[in-house]
Design a protein around this ligand. Sequence first.
Ligand code: IMP
Length: 424
Amino acid sequence: MPVTIVIGSQWGDEGKGKIVDLLAPDMDIVARYQGGANAGHTIAWGDRQFVLHLIPSGIFHEGVTCVIGNGVVIDPVALMEEIEQVEALGFSVEGRLLISHNAHLIMPYHKALDKARELWRDAEAIGTTGRGIGPAYVDKFARSGIRVVDLLDPNGLRKKLKAALDEKNAILRAVYGDDGIDVDAMIAEYVDFDRRIDPYVTDTANYLAQALADGKRILAEGAQGSLLDVDHGTYPYVTSSHPTAGGCCTGLGVPPTAVDRVTGIVKAYTTRVGNGPFPTELTDDLGERLRAEGREYGATTGRPRRCGWLDGVALRYTARLNGFTDLAVTKLDVLAGMGELKVCTAYRLDGKVTDRFPNDLAMLERVEPIYETLPGFEGDLSSARSPEELPSDAHAYLDFVADFVGVPVSMISTGPRREETVVV
Ligand code: IMP
């Protein structure tokens, strides 16, 4: 069966972009199924580096077709900019990028509402990326969204935008004291997308169904991470989509029976950006060192990421949730020289030990991590090309994680570049 799903197993920023880029040459299609330009998938090769926000991470391989599925929320301004930037690097996009006609659009009022709601929440703010993700999904489920297909009908679009803006401006002004958005300027800008987006738009679910019938190989690229899933994550400190495996089926329109591999991307430690509980967070010097050594700053917003030890309890939870068949462990090199390493194997909750991940916020805020301590390792791991070339204590760390989670490690990333990878 030809579908592989690549999913972040933590709170995002696990290094999915690099792994998707590495797997892409063996694929015919790479498809994004959820999220939007809140994602930042970094690809580095040679001395070049590029951060993709919307375009799937297979775009730098000429033989691969990239699909933005119906489950993604698309900011057309961000998308057009990204297409231009990728083309400026010398990669062709037209004919290789297909956009679902059913995908919903992120409009300026979604971004304005996202920011206004965060200010309104004050101390309770989610810490969103401000990219309008939540409000765009709200409109989708309220059945008042604007879709890619609407861009292709300028007259219909004018009417829909006017109606939407009348309502959104009323809310922005009355509730949030915002200035609101100029209707005419916005309509003028968005009507122009008709011509620009047209070459890319198609019925991608139908395209993927045909591709499956033809035996093509599809890689479904998740954005964010499983613990940010709106149903299964640390609600309300989550994103508004389904990064987990089920999101692939609805977000692309592919059947679950077509999936035969689900690769969980695991950062060798844990990071989180935005607010919400984080049981293994290190707020001391070690946390600072992880941030500095791992260059843990948001690829989309530049915000410093919160850092901590690997949380095995959370990882086992997301492995079960997604049915991971294998793990790709990233940033192992960052742990070199950190001294003894810790992996959280249980929580203490109200005096009792549990190995269950509570996705109830109040409980998660009360847990204390219980750690297993493992020997650290040293040296520059980036030149290793086979498992044997890694220090034995690095092996021991990976074996411990694989045994604890019950899922084998298939790939190890030891640096940002394509070549800094060990395939097991
Ligand atoms: P939103 O997706 O912008 O609404 O943000 C909701 C939460 O998800 C916030 O905590 C964000 O920091 C987090 N988030 C969204 N996208 C990413 C990502 O690509 N990596 C890591 N965290 C993310």
